[in-house]
Design a protein around this ligand. Structure first.
Ligand SMILES: NC(=O)c1ccc[n+]([C@@H]2O[C@H](COP(=O)([O-])OP(=O)(O)OC[C@H]3O[C@@H](n4cnc5c(N)ncnc54)[C@H](O)[C@@H]3O)[C@@H](O)[C@H]2O)c1
Length: 252
């Protein structure tokens, strides 16, 4: 049990947005439950948060594609922490293959992680939030949901667009119960893992030619927006989609 509000973050142990969200929400005073498939990094982050903020931050192994596991771990969080006030669905996966060549496995995996994984976490957290009459859910989508581009791959774009529809309908269904549901569509957000995949010119080109603010995004940029949407200050905001792309795709 904890006297702090509890935030559960999926895919929180990576090099990017999820870990930045976990750190930011912990700084905001949340008792953050770090979940991820990567145990060692998950445990390290939970330990880092415990040392920085005091108390015992929890890591739970969670593969969002394992729906039984999602149900079990959500129950575990409620049991051990007493509540889930905020859920951040950050898990995402992509493989870029043209539609005409895409394997069914790529298509299915992308939908499983990005869309069904988000649904599964909401499916099991929502009844708990409804019962308590409060909660905020933030889903991490992408500008890939809108763009006519070869950069993201159709499976990822379709899954992330699905997340926006899921967000809006869940918001409509649950506002009456005090639960808000919003989504964020980031543009390119730098992290060390992406740096291994893409050449430096990719990031430099984006910063110089596409971003309106002369740089690519940082995980902390997204974490700031999550922090606001998670807070009671955003009490009149639900069913919304917020872009955060340095102006590359300024549509909600
Ligand atoms: N980085 C970007 O440029 C960018 C842009 C737009 C949207 N996004 C979205 O933001 C989110 C975070 O992306 P990121 O690039 O910052 O990575 P991240 O570092 O936040 O996430 C990677 C983590 O995801 C975990 N993970 C992978 N599959 C999982 C699964 N099935 N279940 C649970 N955890 C799993 C990995 O173990 C890793 O720790 C994703 O949803 C991504 O689609 C990223």
């Amino acid at each position: 049990m904890t006297d702090r509000a509890v935030a559960m973050v999926t895919a929180a142990a990576g090099a990017g947005i999820g870990a930045a969200i976990a750190r930011r929400l912990a700084s905001d005073g949340f008792d953050v439950v770090v979940t991820d498939i990567h145990e060692r990094r998950g445990q390290e982050l939970a330990r880092e948060l415990s040392e920085a903020h005091g108390g015992e931050f929890l890591y739970l192994p969670l593969d969002v594609t394992d729906t039984d596991g999602v149900q079990r771990q959500v129950a575990e969080v409620v049991d051990r922490k007493g509540s889930i006030d905020v859920l951040v669905n950050n898990a995402g996966w992509s493989k870029i293959e043209p539609v005409a060549e895409m394997s069914i496995e790529t298509w299915q995996r992308c939908l499983d992680v990005d869309l069904t994984g988000t649904f599964a976490c909401m499916r099991y957290v929502l009844p708990h939030m409804i019962e308590r009459g409060r909660g905020s859910i933030v889903n991490i989508s992408s500008i890939a949901a809108y763009e006519t581009s070869r950069e993201h791959g159709a499976a990822y774009s379709a899954a992330k667009a699905g997340v926006l529809a899921l967000t809006r309908v869940a918001a409509a269904e649950n506002g009456q119960f005090g639960v808000r549901v919003n989504a964020i569509t980031p543009g390119l957000i730098y992290n060390d893992f992406l740096r291994k995949i893409y050449p430096d010119e990719f990031f430099d080109g984006y910063a110089q030619d596409r971003s309106l603010v002369g740089r690519v995004g940082r995980p902390e940029d997204v974490a700031s927006l999550v922090s606001f949407l998670a807070s009671d200050e955003a009490g009149y905001i639900t069913g919304e989609v917020y872009g955060i792309s340095g102006g590359v795709y300024p549509h909600g």
